[in-house]
Design a protein around this ligand. Structure first.
Ligand SMILES: Cc1ncc(COP(=O)(O)O)c(C=O)c1O
Length: 482
């Protein structure tokens, strides 16, 4: 038989194409498939039975290769088989942020309800680059971004926000908008700023940032004052980028003091609140963001302390017209006569063209939980981080870096050298026992726990510290970990 000939011969009825996810028939087609996916998620999680698979890449990669072989067969295996095989393999091999011992990064465990909403986004597949692809989704996005922008800039009449793929894109857009307002701005950031700031200057053809020391973990105000004085020039605008929730230690720069210095020296201010921004929802913790509303732009991620499946991020500005430089025309998407006839012009809401309706999962979460529900998630998570810090402080064999400002806790076994700390982290990873991050600060390497899981209990924290202590002991006794 020739390679592409139909197996049943030329007289057989052609098979219909696979069902689609939308219209009135989509849900019926989806239901059994979703059932298969949910079973595979369940089975894969059971097989893994921990925060990540044991054995490192040598064990994980071959299992995935087996599941994907052949990835493009001549004749397909059918939807249930492919979903079962690949979803089970992916789940078994996942680093699962919903496991309390998976606590390395700003890698959030998504809420079930947000994940369910994301399914609807995939089924309907609105594309946010023109109204005729997203009639309701564009209105939902406008309302969601307006509501989030109003949380950040409560005293401004027309705050606005763009949905982005993450803090990296939001920071890039912030620098782009500053450049469009002012020409080739000089950026000033602290050593603790996220690497995406430097990368954005490179991408946008701006001078590399002037980097201010952060000896206490936050931007040094005297050094900032000195830099703003030294760099002041009528020929070049300055943009300070501060961080509310640094990646390594979760500290918050002194936002109000930085805003004062910017005002004194005529500099603009961008605040990267990718991590810390959602503290706004908590009456207990929002005071830590005092000064946030004085920024010319703010990055805020909801796929970190907002429990959304990625991507879910915004760049907010105090005045809607600050987004005007992003206006762009492509006649097939936003022709003048369509816009004059009242069709919303969406193309200037992103640098992307095809774009998912990420606002849906965000809006569902905000409405389902309300302010108090989100505040409760934030408060629980921060309380858990303080509890972990307490436990470390009470353990004579462990050193605590500092009390957490948000939910990042750095620690290390007392007297261990940096190589031992790195070995402990990697051994926990390859044994599949725990996922901890690493941070180099105060000239030492630390283990980093970034707590984002509101279901973490004191027992989980004890288990985590026991694992670290046990390994540190073994290594101190000269045993080679496996
Ligand atoms: C402070 C800060 N800003 C920006 C980012 C980048 O965010 P994303 O990974 O969503 O692009 C991160 C990532 O961890 C971050 O910690």
């Amino acid at each position: 038989m020739p390679r592409h000939a139909h197996p049943k011969g030329p007289t057989a009825m052609p098979t219909p194409p696979p069902p689609l996810a939308g219209t009135t028939t989509g849900p019926t087609a989806l239901r059994p498939l979703i059932d298969t996916v949910l079973t595979a998620l369940h089975d894969g999680a059971h097989r893994r039975d921990g925060p990540l698979p044991a054995g490192g890449p040598d064990a994980v990669t071959p299992r995935i290769r087996t599941a994907t072989h052949p990835l493009i067969p001549d004749h397909g295996t059918g939807p249930h088989h492919a979903l079962r095989t690949l979803v089970t393999a992916l789940t078994e091999g996942a680093a699962d942020p919903a496991d309390p011992l998976c606590t390395a990064h700003l890698h959030t465990p998504p809420l079930a309800l947000a994940t369910a909403a994301d399914l609807a986004a995939s089924a309907l597949n609105p594309s946010m680059d023109s109204w005729d692809q997203a009639p309701a989704a564009s209105a939902l996005e406008a309302d969601t971004t307006a509501a989030l922008a109003a949380e950040i800039y409560p005293h401004q009449p027309t705050p606005d926000a763009l949905i982005t793929t993450g803090g990296t894109e939001a920071n890039q857009l912030a620098l782009l908008l500053a450049r469009e307002r002012n020409g080739p701005v000089r950026t000033i950031c602290a050593t603790t700023a996220h690497h995406s700031i430097t990368r954005a200057t490179w991408l946008l053809g701006l001078p590399a940032p002037v980097v201010i020391p952060a000896p206490t973990g936050v931007m040094d105000l005297a050094a900032l004052d000195e830099a703003l004085t030294r760099l002041h020039s009528p020929h070049r605008a300055l943009l300070v980028t501060a961080t509310a929730g640094t990646t390594d230690t979760g500290r918050i720069d002194p936002l109000a003091d930085i805003a004062d210095l910017c005002a004194t020296h005529g500099a603009e201010l961008h605040i990267d609140a990718a991590y810390g921004g959602p503290l706004l929802f908590s009456p207990t913790h929002r005071g830590k963001l005092h000064g946030l509303d004085r920024a010319h732009s703010v990055t805020l991620d909801l796929h970190k302390l907002g429990w959304q499946p990625a991507p879910a991020s915004i760049l907010a500005v105090p005045h809607r017209h600050h987004l005007d430089p992003l206006h762009h025309q492509a006649p097939y998407l936003n022709a003048d006569d369509d816009t004059e006839a009242g069709l919303p012009d969406l193309l200037g809401r992103s640098l992307r063209t095809t774009r998912r309706p990420d606002a849906l999962k965000i809006a569902v979460t905000l409405q389902a939980l309300g302010r108090t529900g989100i505040a409760d998630l934030v408060d629980r998570t921060l309380t858990t981080a303080h509890h972990l810090a307490d436990l470390i402080a009470e353990t004579p064999t462990l050193d605590l870096y500092d009390r957490p400002t948000i939910s990042t806790v750095l620690f290390r076994p007392t007297d261990a050298d940096d190589t031992t700390v790195a070995t402990i982290r990697r051994t926990l990873l390859t044994r599949g026992q725990a996922v901890l991050g690493r941070a180099h600060t105060r000239d030492r390497l630390w283990l980093k726990a970034t707590l984002l899981n509101p279901h973490t209990t004191p027992d989980h924290l004890h288990t985590l510290l026991d694992l670290v202590n046990q390994l540190a002991n073994d290594l101190a006794e000269g045993n080679t970990p496996r």
